[in-house]
Design a protein around this ligand. Structure first.
Ligand code: GLA
Length: 345
């Protein structure tokens, strides 16, 4: 385990990186900036070690980009329509930063903050953040934590939050995977399986259009392993509007369960995602626009990584019929997810 300063932001903040785990299992690097997963080095099914997540070479590039690469997202991951919602009959207006809507907590989300490293050892690191009452327009002071623990070939991630007043919380981890390695080109040849019979169609700005729809008979059907590059090249209007997949999947079942599996045939590497959340935003890196660098210095282009973001459904504060994102004093929000890496035949 090491803790090092990796750089400084233009505003003077130092950024630290904590490294946990070790070869031949997983080695994980987490930045205190945004509690960001910076590197995830694994031994592939072909015996070769590589970093399988996207990142940026310098901390300032995280602040300059809108990719949310590797970040811990809050207070509210995904979108809140028009940045407005009502809670207990009181209207709230939160910061908008995406086509008139609030995305990933607003203009200054949790992924842009310096988290405090509370505790670390060889295999685990816990980070915490206090978000003041009124932060980005959200009510209540929220104390959030995220803990990453490496258990040989698995990373467990636990996110928690408590509040001083009724509010809404929806946290996620915005890691983009490429099991052929960061910098290896697109993840188009990966096979993705998502355990969901329904998904949430959205309008051109990513806001849910109404009810969920069945995946059957559409390119959103990922119930069997599906080649990502084929799904995102379908002319389905929902794929065209989002330039790929950028949709919430209504996950089958409840409680902690395997919700998705990503396979890279060329390196024979598999990633299995476990989560206890109701939804999974599947985002195929549609807006990676070739303007920003990845960790190794190459430019990030469309489809270079796939983000699998467990969470509650987008715009839930405006959909009382969906699982609630409300958090009240005395309650603790929790979200558990894990990434397990293995070799395939
Ligand atoms: C999420 C959103 C996308 C996009 C990315 C970050 O996955 O759903 O629309 O904003 O974050 O670029």
């Amino acid at each position: 385990m090491t803790v090092e300063t990796v750089g400084q932001l233009d505003d003077g903040r130092d950024v630290q990186v904590v490294t946990i785990g070790r070869a031949p299992g997983i080695e994980l690097q987490v930045l205190d900036l945004g509690a960001t997963v910076h590197r995830l080095d694994v031994t592939g099914g072909d015996g070769v070690r590589r970093n399988v997540v996207l990142g940026h070479p310098t901390p300032q590039e995280h602040l300059d980009s809108t990719f949310y690469i590797g970040g811990t997202i809050g207070r509210y991951a995904n979108r809140i329509a028009d940045g407005r919602f009502e809670l207990d009959g009181v209207g709230h207006e939160v910061g908008t930063n995406d086509r008139g809507h609030s995305l990933h907590g607003g203009p200054d989300g949790f992924d842009r903050r310096t988290w405090s490293v509370e505790r670390h050892d060889d295999t685990s690191v816990e980070l915490a953040l206090t978000s003041p009452d009124g932060d980005q327009g959200f009510p209540g002071e929220v104390r959030a934590t995220v803990t990453f623990t490496v258990v040989v070939d698995r990373v467990d991630v636990v996110m928690t939050a408590t509040t001083s007043a009724p509010t809404v919380v929806n946290m996620t981890s915005h890691v983009y995977f490429n099991l052929a390695g960061e910098g290896a080109g697109t993840a188009d040849e990966h096979l993705l399986r998502v355990a969901a019979e329904r998904y949430t169609p959205v309008d051109d700005a990513g806001i849910p259009e109404g009810d969920h729809a069945v995946v059957e008979g559409t390119p959103f059907d990922l119930r069997e392993p599906t080649v990502v590059g084929e799904a995102v090249r379908s002319a389905h209007p929902q794929v065209v509007a989002a330039s790929g997949i950028d949709h919430n999947y209504v996950l089958d079942g409840s409680g902690s369960r395997v919700v998705a599996q990503l396979d890279c045939p060329t390196t024979r590497t598999r990633l299995e995602l476990t989560s206890d959340q109701p939804g999974l935003q599947v985002y195929t890196g549609n807006f990676l626009d070739g303007q920003r660098r990845s960790t190794s210095g190459v430019l990030l282009r469309q489809g270079d990584g796939i983000a699998l973001e467990p969470q509650t459904f987008p715009d839930s504060p405006n959909h009382p019929e969906w699982p609630s994102a409300e958090l009240r004093p005395g309650q603790t929000y929790t979200s558990h997810l894990s990434w397990t890496v293995s070799a395939t035949a």
